[in-house]
Design a protein around this ligand. Structure first.
Ligand SMILES: [Fe+2]
Length: 161
């Protein structure tokens, strides 16, 4: 049995994963409409990853004999100008998600729920990677000057698998 407060926190995380997916999908749509196909692809891959995380967490709760509950999702509220602002927002969002994951691990440890602690540690590692990969894109975007440089990075990110 999962303690009530741990269950509640994981359920909220599932909602956050879906909201993250929607944020990235909206960003992907915006990039696609501006002709940045590589950036659109990168955000679409990000969207798929977040959907997978939600799915994995749902399955985890089911495996533990719990019944996950889905919530209303917040509409992505993104009034962003330009490519760099999108990636800066993505970085900010990943830091927010990292904090939320860390809170789950801390709560699981406090509750003596080592299964949940173990399960969520993979996301602790993954968030380190996420923050690093987004911040390095932000750095590269800042390094280049103008659309020619952006086009080069757009091509690179278009190859993300
Ligand atoms: Fe995620």
């Amino acid at each position: 049995m999962i303690k009530k407060e741990v269950f509640k926190k994981i359920n909220e995380q599932i909602k956050l994963e879906y909201e993250s997916a929607f944020i990235y999908k909206q960003m992907s749509i915006t990039m696609a409409t501006k002709g940045w196909d590589g950036f659109a692809h990168w955000f679409h891959e990000q969207y798929k990853e977040e959907m997978d995380h939600a799915e994995e967490m749902i399955n985890y709760l089911i495996t533990r004999g719990e019944t996950p509950v889905l919530f209303d999702l917040k509409k992505p509220d993104l009034k962003l100008e330009g490519v760099l602002a999108h990636f800066e927002k993505a970085y900010e969002h990943e830091c927010f998600v990292s904090k939320s994951i860390n809170d789950i691990v801390a709560l699981a440890i406090k509750a003596g729920d080592y299964a949940t602690e173990n399960f969520f540690r993979r996301y602790v590692d993954e968030q380190v990677q996420e923050e690093d990969s987004v911040s390095s894109i932000v750095d590269r975007l800042k390094l280049v000057n103008g659309d020619a440089g952006y086009l080069m990075i757009d091509r690179q990110l278009g190859r993300r698998e």
